[in-house]
Structures are given as structure tokens and as C-alpha cells.
Ligand binder design. Structure first.
Ligand code: AOF
Ligand code: ZN
Length: 365
């Protein structure tokens, strides 16, 4: 096997971390000696051991302490991300690498986390290790797209999910929207929720639907250990807060509005937005809460503002073959362009049938 194959193996391991590492990246590590794998591991869940530590443990378990230590001395590690050099929830991986005298390090990419970004590599090089950065970089960055996005762009990756009729409506005039999309689509949304760090809705939707907005029966991710944070945009009267299901769930909640709040509710953080550039301010603020990915779930006003401001990175539409007619509520009230050339436009990445609907995944052009 070659370096490339070992790094590929490390990427496969990293993917096993699935959604459970959020907001941490998925990381995999393979350790070899004389071209044979002696250790492998991955970051399994947020707050738990890092990939490198698990790979070392694997080796010590498999070969026993004495032989394991011998094998690790002078070995080569293939890691999908630069080893961390900080004490956070776990001690620095660079310490583990130095302790066991691993000699050669391949890391696919630097860690974009500003607390690390190059420091891990520097510590190891200074100690005399051979460190190479960049093997399968593109592939390794792709598995943590949203983690890189937040650190590089200073805001979360924004997904917007719309369940609409073929004539672009999201509710009847009386507000009835249960259900436009099929049962299968609604269950698919549970998977989407499991894949993000936070869900954002407008206060109108919270007051009208009193939603829970949690991950309940995702068929893809069973043991979800962390509910996405709930972000509410717009005013909610303090007196109505305790009647809302959202705030009974086990998650962090942040309300952003232009109003002043009395900020002493145990389950809610209140943030005041400036009138100008509110959404950009909101997104920037969310990075402080380690939100890599945000799912916008409605309603129409929220959809409209995010599209108007060109900050929807991915648009997911569940298109139901129903026609709701002209008195029903539009998915967006985006101002029409003067010419078709100026229309907001997305590029279709994928489309598939889900139950009675079509799911379309689009990226901004
Ligand atoms: C690694 N290996 O497997 C991972 C790394 O709070 P902590 O201690 O879990 O540290 C989180 C940070 O460590 C995270 O933001 C990212 O920069 C890095 N993740 N690093 O060497 C790993 N998961
Ligand atoms: Zn680490």
C-alpha cells in the first residue's frame, strides 16, 4: 500500500464520525510501521478522544503495551486534519504523537481553527518530526465542508429548506400547511435537522405553529446525542415564552430581534440586532456558538430576507404535486427582477423522488 491508500483509509475512518462529532470536524487516523497498519482510529463524538489518540490506543490494545510502544516508536501517521496543539475538551494530540515518538506525519490539511492553524505542524517540526501537509487535501476538506466554511468565511454554511406546492405556495390563506409534503419528505427533514448545528425560524412561525423543531425520528441517525440549537428571528413577547414547546426541549435557544428584551429566561439567550445588516450580524454572531451549519425552516418572511441578501448557500425544496392557488401564501415575496438575466438563480446538484414529492438540492451560482 502507498501513502495515498493509507490516507484514503483515514478518510473512510473519519466518515464514521458521521453527525456525532458536530460541531467538531470528522477526523480519521491510520498509523503504519514498515508499510503495515498498526493503529487506526477516528473522532467518534463531540467531546470524546481525538482520532490520533484512538489510533494509538488501538495499537496498544492490539499488540499489548510493550510491543505497542515499540511499534509506535518511529512509525508513520496519516491524519485527515492537522493534529491539534491545544488543551480544549481533550489534551493536545501533538503531545500524544511526541510521547509515543511517532516519526513521520502526513496530514491532509491544516486545521482552519485559528487556535491551531499551523501550530500543530510547527510544534511537531520543531521537535524533529517529518511533517507533510496536503495529501488528499481536497477530499479531506470536503468531509468537513461546513467546519472549514465557518472558519474561512466567518459565518455558518446556510441551508434553506422549503416544502412547497408546484405553484410555489407554503400554506393556505388560513395558514393551514399540515401537510403539503408527504410523510416520507417530513421524515427526510428529520435527517436534515440531524445534520446541522442549528435551525432558524421566524417568530411568526414559532407563534403560529408552536413547533418543537427537534430531531425525533431520523431513520438515518439513530443515537443523536445533541439537539440542534434553535435560533428565532423576530420578536416574541416575554409572557408567551413559557407556553412554547420549543423552549421545553433540551437545546440552546437564541432569539434575535431589533427589540430590547428582559434577559433573564433560563432557556433563552436574547440578542439585539441593529436594524442595518441584521442578517450578516446574526450569522457572524452564530459563529461564536460554534455553529458550522444553519438550517432555515421558514416562514415566508425569513425565506425572503435570506434570498434577498444572497446568503443561501444551499436550497433544498420538497416539491409537492399539489396546487394551492392564488390566495395561498407564497414561499417567498422576493422582489421581481427587471430582467430574467437578473433573477436569483441556483444550480441543481441533485433531485430525487421522496414519497409523493420531488426533493431538489440546489447550490447558489
Ligand atoms: C485533532 N484530531 O480527531 C479532532 C480535532 O474540544 P476538543 O478537545 O475536542 O478540540 C476540538 C478542536 O480540535 C476542533 O475545533 C478542531 O480544531 C480540532 N479537532 N483535532 O487533532 C481530531 N477532532
Ligand atoms: Zn487533537
Amino acid at each position: 500500500m502507498q501513502d495515498l491508500d493509507f490516507m484514503n483509509e483515514a478518510i473512510k475512518l473519519a466518515l464514521k464520525g458521521s453527525v456525532y462529532t458536530h460541531p467538531n470536524p470528522r477526523v480519521g487516523c491510520v498509523i503504519t510501521k514498515d508499510n503495515t497498519i498498526i493503529g487506526k482510529g477516528y473522532h467518534k463524538s463531540f467531546g470524546s478522544n481525538h482520532a490520533e489518540v484512538n489510533a494509538v490506543k488501538y495499537c496498544l490494545n492490539k499488540f499489548g503495551k510493550n510491543k505497542g510502544v515499540d511499534l509506535l516508536r518511529g512509525s508513520t501517521a496519516y491524519i485527515t486534519l492537522e493534529p491539534c496543539s491545544i488543551f480544549s475538551k481533550t489534551p493536545p494530540c501533538t503531545d500524544t504523537i511526541l510521547k509515543y515518538e511517532i516519526k513521520n506525519i502526513f496530514c491532509a490539511s491544516l486545521d482552519p481553527n485559528p487556535a491551531i492553524n499551523g501550530r500543530g505542524v510547527r510544534v511537531l517540526r520543531k521537535a524533529g518530526l517529518n511533517v507533510k501537509v496536503g495529501l488528499l487535501k481536497k477530499e479531506a476538506v470536503k468531509i468537513n465542508e461546513e467546519f472549514f466554511f465557518r472558519h474561512n468565511k466567518g459565518r455558518p454554511f446556510v441551508r434553506m429548506k422549503v416544502a412547497q406546492s408546484i405553484d410555489g405556495k407554503i400554506a393556505l390563506a388560513n395558514g393551514d400547511s399540515k401537510w403539503i409534503s408527504s410523510k416520507e419528505s417530513r421524515s427526510d427533514v428529520q435527517n436534515l435537522r440531524a445534520e446541522v448545528d442549528a435551525i432558524l425560524v421566524g417568530s411568526g412561525t414559532v407563534l403560529k405553529d408552536n413547533p418543537r423543531l427537534n430531531v425525533r425520528n431520523s431513520n438515518k441517525y439513530k443515537a443523536i446525542n445533541k439537539q440542534p440549537k434553535k435560533i428565532i428571528l423576530g420578536k416574541i413577547d416575554y409572557s408567551t415564552l413559557s407556553g412554547l414547546k420549543l423552549f421545553k426541549e433540551d437545546s440552546e435557544n437564541i432569539i434575535f430581534s431589533n427589540d430590547d428584551f428582559v434577559s433573564n429566561h433560563s432557556k433563552v439567550i436574547f440578542k439585539k440586532l441593529k436594524k442595518q445588516n441584521s442578517l450578516k450580524q446574526l450569522l457572524k454572531e452564530l459563529t461564536k456558538y460554534e455553529i458550522n451549519s444553519l438550517l432555515i425552516e421558514g416562514g415566508s418572511q425569513v425565506f425572503t430576507s435570506f434570498i434577498e441578501e444572497n446568503i443561501v448557500d444551499e436550497l433544498i425544496v420538497y416539491l409537492s404535486p399539489k396546487i394551492l392557488g392564488n390566495s395561498s401564501k407564497n414561499a417567498t415575496e422576493v422582489i421581481s427582477p427587471k430582467t430574467l438575466n437578473n433573477a436569483k438563480n441556483f444550480k441543481i446538484l441533485k433531485s430525487m423522488t421522496v414519497g409523493d414529492d420531488i426533493k431538489i438540492i440546489m447550490r447558489r451560482k
